[in-house]
Ligand binder design. Sequence first.
Ligand SMILES: C[S@@+](CC[C@H](N)C(=O)[O-])C[C@H]1O[C@@H](n2cnc3c(N)ncnc32)[C@H](O)[C@@H]1O
Length: 303
Amino acid sequence: MDADPPCAVGGCTGHGTKLCSRCGQKAYCSPECQRKDWKVHKLTCKKAETPENRIGDLLRQGRLFSAQCELEQLQKPNPRLAAELEEKMKFGTLSEVVDDVLQLQPIEGFGLGYVAAKELLPGQPLLFDTAFSSAPMDGDKEFYCTIAEKAIRKGHGDRRVSARADAQADFYYDSILKLGTKDSHDRATLEETDMDPEMREQILVCSIAEANSMYCTEDPSLLALFAAGARFNHSCAPNATLESSKSTLLVRAGCAIPMGSEVTISYLPHQLLLEAGAKRRERLLNGRGFHCRCQRCESEQDQ
Ligand SMILES: C[S@@+](CC[C@H](N)C(=O)[O-])C[C@H]1O[C@@H](n2cnc3c(N)ncnc32)[C@H](O)[C@@H]1O
C-alpha cells in the first residue's frame, strides 16, 4: 500500500512525495506542481516552527552566532544551511551582540565603548563579528597597508557588480571610515590639505587599520579588522576575552561583569599583560598610538 497522499494540485494524479518546506503541511508530486499551487497556497501557508526555519530566520537577520549554535544542535546536519552560514561569515559585514547583552555608548574620555546591558556571567558569549579585512604580518608589505588596500578595494569599484559588492561598499562608507584613526590629528590634518583624494583616502584607511585591527588568537601572525569588535576599549586588566580567526571574532565575558560596567578587552597578547607597565604602555603607544589610561596603568603610575 502506498502511504503518500495525493498531490495537492487538483486534477494531478501524482503522489504528494514532497512537503512544502515552509509549513510542512501541503504535499506535492513535483516542484512544478508546487509552483503552480503557490499563488493560492501562499495565502494560508504558515511557517512551521521548526529548528531549520528558525536558523533560516537567524541567518536572514545576520545573527550568525545564534544560527551557528542552533545549527550545531540539529540532530541531522543540514548542508544547505551550513553553506549559507559559511558564505555569510565570509561576507565581512555582519555582527551580533548576543542576546542584546551589550550597549555601545560614549565612555567619558575614551570615545565610544561597550557597557554590560545585563549582569554577565564568566564565559558568556557577548559579541560575534566577521572580519571586513585581514592580512598576514609576514608579507612583503606593511600589514596595515595590506588591510587598508583590501578595505579600499571593497569600498571602491563599479557599483552593481553584485549585491554583495554593493553591501560591502556601503559598509565601508558607513562603518569602516567612521572608526577612529591612529592619531586623532590625522583626520583633521588630512581634511585641511589639498592632497590627491585617492592618496588622502589611503593614508586615512591605513591609519584606521592601524588603530583598530586585532591580532588573531588562533594565529597571532594574522591581523584582522572587525568593525563592531573595534569599538571595545583596551584594558591591561581586561574583563572580556577574545577568540578570533582571520574571519571571525567572538568576545566572551572573562569574569562576572555587573550591569552598567564597561566591558574591555586587551589589544596586547596575553604574555605582554604579564610585563611591567612601562613596556605595555610603550607597545600600545607605538603600535596603537595612544597613552594607555586603563585603571591598571593609572594606579601603577600613581604608585
Ligand atoms: C579600537 S578603538 C576603541 C573604540 C573607540 N573608543 C571608539 O570610540 O571607536 C581604540 C581607541 O580608543 C581609545 N582607547 C581605547 N582604550 C584606551 C585606553 N586604555 N587608554 C586610552 N585610550 C584608549 C584610543 O583613542 C584608541 O585609539
